[in-house]
Design a protein around this ligand. Structure first.
Ligand code: NAD
Length: 385
């Protein structure tokens, strides 16, 4: 992998994709331009097609030229890919999510998935929990291992079994599926370091999720996370079984700061946590690979998908994409002040009453329903102000 920070600027591949992807990407690039000017940065953004846009332009969900651009870049700002009406026309391995997104994760060994879930107090009405359950507020960082565990372990098969049962003339025939859950200590160590380091930038509490009471994987996970934790005595470490974790998220979400999970548990709990923030349109994510010197290669994308139901109507909330760009500046380029300026601008615009349809409530006084471009303009203007 080549990490590139040439004199010409910080190289970013912007892959908007399908559905609402191009609309929300447009706003994120608008905000990046504002921050570039304000902080005197040089961002070299190159756009390229991916997903159905890639298939239509160059016959593949991840065209070779797009992949090559990603290799020459230090970060990928990704929209979303896939269109439910068109996807079934292709064999599974050629469909956009698998052929583009999973391929990029594999190509760049993106092992650490970070999903900050923050419910802004002004949007507390979008949270499905009653106000008294929200407590001090929802502000959780889910750190999920993305390349090991149940989703990748081998063997992974479905077979037809014939079994002779005593006392029965005919053999019993049935189908059997096998998935393998396998994780090694090196994989656990590197994701644990990411989580502990993130906790140091936050409230210094880490809850590690496992199923150590039943799974060998869970026992190893707990052991290794505990060992790594000794290097971070300033971070309070607790362990929680995944079933209890799922329950605690709904009962008392404000007890969590950083939630460290293996792949499958992280997939489920990060979506559960996301529901607490009300709308997918507010949630960014980062998937990080290896670090070369000061730069960490990462893919940054909104938590949601292509939202075909609202695509092309100027209805999508671009904030998830805009906050993904902020994460990119912070985690791949170390530009903390610029990242914080974007987050502050988003907050200011929400405080000022701007709302896209997904977070709008007619009952909230002083708020106004706006479109994708208008809220993007307001956030860019707040950065310049
Ligand atoms: P989705 O996330 O696209 O939409 C779910 C609901 O959330 C919809 O009602 C949608 O309108 C709403 N929503 C999502 N993002 C929003 C935003 N920014 N602003 C306002 N509302 C928003 O999930 P889906 O409908 O299950 O999937 C649609 C397509 O997206 C499918 O083809 C799926 O495979 C794909 N997908 C892609 C990714 C990705 O590229 N990473 C992730 C998830 C789904």
């Amino acid at each position: 992998m080549i990490l590139n920070m040439s004199r010409t600027g910080l190289k970013i591949a912007a892959l908007a994709g399908d559905g609402i992807g191009p609309e929300v990407m447009r706003e994120a690039l608008k905000v990046l331009r504002a921050v570039e000017k304000q902080f005197d940065l040089r961002l070299e953004v190159t756009e390229a097609p991916v997903g159905w846009a890639g298939i239509d332009a160059a016959g593949q969900a991840l065209p070779p030229a797009t992949l090559e651009l990603c290799r020459r870049s230090a970060a990928i700002l990704f929209g979303s890919v896939g269109l439910p009406q068109r996807d079934p026309s292709l064999p599974k391995e050629q469909r956009p999510e698998r052929a583009a997104l999973l391929r990029l994760r594999k190509e760049f060994n993106l092992f650490a998935n970070l999903r900050p879930v923050k419910l802004l107090p002004e949007l507390a009405h979008t949270c499905p929990l009653r106000p008294e359950r929200q407590g001090a507020g929802v502000d959780i960082l889910v750190v999920r291992e993305l390349t090991a565990g149940l989703y990748f372990g081998q063997p992974k098969t479905t077979e037809t079994v014939e079994e002779q049962v005593p006392g029965q003339a005919e053999p019993l025939r049935y189908r059997r599926a096998v998935d393998t859950m396998a994780t090694n200590s090196l994989e656990i160590e590197r994701i644990a370091h990411v989580a502990f380091q993130a906790a140091r930038q936050r409230r210094r509490k880490l809850t590690s999720i496992d199923k150590a009471n039943v799974l060998e994987n869970g026992v190893l996970w707990r052991e290794v996370v505990t060992e790594v934790g000794r290097q971070y005595p300033d971070v309070a470490l607790e362990h929680m079984f995944v079933d209890n974790g799922a329950m605690q998220l709904l009962l008392r979400p404000d007890q969590f700061d950083v939630l460290l999970c293996e792949n499958t548990f992280g997939d489920i709990l990060s979506d559960e946590a996301a529901a607490l923030a009300g709308s997918l349109g507010m949630l960014p994510s980062a998937s990080l690979g290896r670090t070369d010197g000061a730069l960490t290669f990462g893919l940054y994308e909104p938590a949601g998908g292509t939202a075909p139901d609202i695509a092309g109507k100027n209805l999508a909330n671009p904030i998830a994409q805009i906050l993904s760009a902020a994460l990119m500046l912070r985690l791949s380029f170390g530009l903390e002040a610029a990242a914080a300026a974007i987050e502050r601008a988003v907050r200011e615009v929400i405080v000022a009453g701007y709302r896209t349809g997904d977070v709008f409530s007619a009952a909230q006084a002083g708020t106004r329903k706006v479109g994708t471009a208008e809220i993007g303009d307001a956030i860019a203007a707040a950065i310049r102000a």
